[in-house]
Design a protein around this ligand. Structure first.
Ligand SMILES: C[S@@+](CC[C@H](N)C(=O)[O-])C[C@H]1O[C@@H](n2cnc3c(N)ncnc32)[C@H](O)[C@@H]1O
Length: 229
């Protein structure tokens, strides 16, 4: 784990360098990632169940930051859902496309994503924290706007109350991370019209390398729906 040096932080704020760093690094680690990311971990399968609660059979799900399409998109297709997967890394996306050739795979960035479809559910799993925090509200607002009324979104965000942006290594490559503190992420959810159904730590910050991670399942209320308990 490395604090972002002042000059890198300045460049990262400009945005382009963050996108290029993460895209190129994921391109390089796609084979290793694919080998490692096979199964659900922690309570991911339960979060997916909560996401799909009430989603019509066979409906369309957006997987934003889909990686290689496993385990999330793969599980969705096995359950009869259709998937649009978006990722900025061509190499990660190529593996998703090869794995699930009947789904729609789109190369694109969360920061600028525009799609015509309406989705019964949206996943943004372990991807938002690769985006500069100044974009998080706009990204979530855009994803919320793609949800059908009553639809749900499932995402992770960083779990630290005081972490500046940082870079860390995975499979020998550098990645950029940034996240608002959990309280601010929760406030963003409310401001974007999303009602959290689950908002909990997957892992808490350990005071060292691990900045912690929050798992969130939230819904876009249908008109006249009672508030989430
Ligand atoms: C940690 S991996 C998670 C992949 C998948 N969601 C999963 O659960 O296995 C993060 C993924 O998000 C993608 N990603 C990171 N930043 C992105 C951005 N700004 N726009 C689109 N995709 C991005 C990466 O290319 C990578 O495939």
């Amino acid at each position: 784990m490395t604090r972002v040096p002042r000059n890198l932080a300045r460049a990262a704020t400009a945005g382009a360098m963050v996108v290029r760093l993460n895209r190129d690094s994921y391109d390089r680690i796609a084979p290793e990632w694919d080998r490692a990311r096979r199964e659900f971990v922690h309570r991911e399968a339960e979060y997916l169940d909560a996401l799909l609660d009430g989603a019509p059979a066979g409906s369309l799900v957006l997987d934003a930051g889909c990686g290689t399409g496993r385990p999330m998109a793969d599980a969705l297709v096995k359950r009869g859902f259709r998937v649009v997967g978006v990722d900025q890394s061509p190499a990660m996306l190529a593996r998703a496309r090869a794995r699930l050739p009947h789904e729609r795979w789109v190369e694109g960035a969360l920061e600028t994503l525009e799609l015509d479809e309406e989705f019964a559910a949206v996943i943004c799993w372990d991807a938002l924290f690769h985006v500069e925090r100044r974009h998080h509200e706009a990204v979530l607002a855009r994803l919320a706007g793609m949800l059908a009324p009553g639809g749900r979104i499932m995402l992770t965000a960083g779990g630290s109350d005081d972490s500046p942006p940082f870079t860390d290594t995975m499979f020998g490559e550098q990645f950029f991370y940034d996240s608002w503190p959990p309280d601010e992420t929760l406030a963003i959810m409310h401001r974007t019209g999303l009602e959290p159904v689950i908002f909990e730590y997957m892992n808490r910050p350990d005071g060292a390398r691990d900045r912690g991670r929050i798992a969130i399942v939230a819904r876009r209320p249908a008109p006249d729906a009672p508030p989430a308990p």
